[in-house]
Design a protein around this ligand. Sequence first.
Ligand code: ZN
Length: 190
Amino acid sequence: MRCLSCRKWSPYVICRSCHEQLLVPTVSTRKVGSLDVVSLFRYRNIEPFLLSKYTPAGYRLYRYFGRRHIAPFLEAFAEGLDAPARIIAVDEQPVGGYSHTALLARYGAVPGLRPLHGVLRAQNRVRYAGRSLRFRLENPRDFRYSGPSGIDAVLLDDIVTTGATLAEAHRLLRDNGVNVLFALTLADAR
Ligand SMILES: [Zn+2]
């Protein structure tokens, strides 16, 4: 196949040289309420890749990001954990054939962490892309949580923009007895 970045022939969806030289994480942290949100990339640095998320290449690309970026980050994080924790992905609703967040969450299965699939679902399917914070606040996702209480969890999403979605998910999980350690996203689009 061709590398999705440089178009050279490669056995991988992103060739080795683009992986090592171009797709270097620029890990950053911001606060959303009391929640720490860690993002592995700046949105603008990987925008062309993320825009392909609803195409067939998007599936392979999300697998790349999961395997090569989400997994190593969570593996390093989990080494410091005293007790096992879970990964809770935001809204594993399939869009365009698969769920982007569920796919990323699969790569959270590292020693000390285990994904808890499909427990945080949005009732409101309104699209947020390009919408203001005010619109987002006036149209909450209206999440439902169906998982266990009394657990530690890492909240996972692919993109954080205003943080309204993560803040809403965080409140609901907290109200359900889930101790959210932090939120991890692939890209910060602020
Ligand atoms: Zn390349």
